[in-house]
Design a protein around this ligand. Structure first.
Ligand SMILES: C[S@@+](CC[C@H](N)C(=O)[O-])C[C@H]1O[C@@H](n2cnc3c(N)ncnc32)[C@H](O)[C@@H]1O
Length: 244
């Protein structure tokens, strides 16, 4: 087990209050987004979703799990590009899942197997060794207990499963005193991420730097995330595999 001395893990009490305010913040955000706004978000973020999905496509015949599905910008993009056998989306925001449920009933997705689960990503009601592909976009930073979520990813994955996640990362130029809800307070470095992955039995197969694409989305007003620029973050996509 490699130890993470630099990575500040909040206490249980702080963790609970971080999660409560994160949930309230996303409930408010998703309540304001109807299915058209969600489709627009999906279109706008496709420039970062597509490189992530290219790491695991084709998805045919696979059981796919999207961690922090929100209104489904990553999951429905995956269904558009390469429909899997089943897509399971987990999130703790009821309003986000409601929008995702409405979209899943559209003619385009109606005959696909989409299951939406309201749960905490640090304790998922998903069977062990049942998942072929894990996806996640801009979510892991929001989780106070990184060790728990990496261990959950490892538990639910079949041996050899692929994991493609993208998020903001702290660099030597970053300051992480920003808010948790904006994916800043909980950011970690690439080295800390790699250690969490290794300790959970995940092998890193590759990574792509998407910082330029994210900066362009923010500068052109397509992604309302000024904190990413303000706190000098990087944005990377990682491809991993669950070891035997
Ligand atoms: C920035 S949004 C990203 C949504 C989606 N992946 C996308 O790219 O559009 C983060 C999502 O993670 C969810 N989330 C954050 N912490 C969570 C937790 N502990 N358990 C379950 N969902 C969580 C939020 O409710 C929110 O929908």
């Amino acid at each position: 087990m490699v130890h993470l001395e630099q990575c500040n893990q909040p206490s249980c009490e702080d963790s609970d209050s971080i999660k409560k305010s994160t949930m309230e913040s996303y409930d408010r955000q998703w309540m304001r987004q109807d299915e058209d706004a969600a489709a627009e978000r999906r279109r706008r973020l496709s420039s970062i979703a597509d490189p992530l999905l290219s790491m695991v496509n084709p998805l045919s015949g696979k059981v796919v799990l999207d961690l922090g599905i929100g209104t489904g910008s990553l999951a429905f993009r995956a269904l558009e590009l390469s429909p899997p056998k089943a897509m399971i989306g987990v999130d703790f925001s009821g309003p986000g899942l409601r929008v995702a449920r409405t979209i899943s009933k559209h003619a385009k997705f109606n005959d696909m197997d989409v299951e939406l689960v309201r749960a905490d990503l640090e304790r998922m009601p998903i069977a062990s060794r049942s998942i072929d592909v894990v996806l996640s976009q801009a979510t892991l930073n929001l989780l106070p207990d990184k060790r728990a979520v990496f261990s959950e990813i490892s538990r639910v994955c079949k041996s050899g499963a692929r994991i493609a996640v993208s998020d903001a990362f702290k660099t030597s130029f970053s300051s992480s005193e920003g808010s948790w809800e904006q994916c800043i307070g909980g950011t970690i470095t690439v080295s800390e991420f790699s250690t969490f992955a290794l300790n959970a039995g995940l092998i890193i197969l590759g990574q792509t730097d998407l910082t330029k694409a994210v900066k362009e989305l923010i500068s052109s007003g397509k992604w309302d995330w000024p904190e990413f620029l303000e706190y000098n973050m990087d944005y990377r996509a990682f491809m991993m595999m669950k070891s035997g």
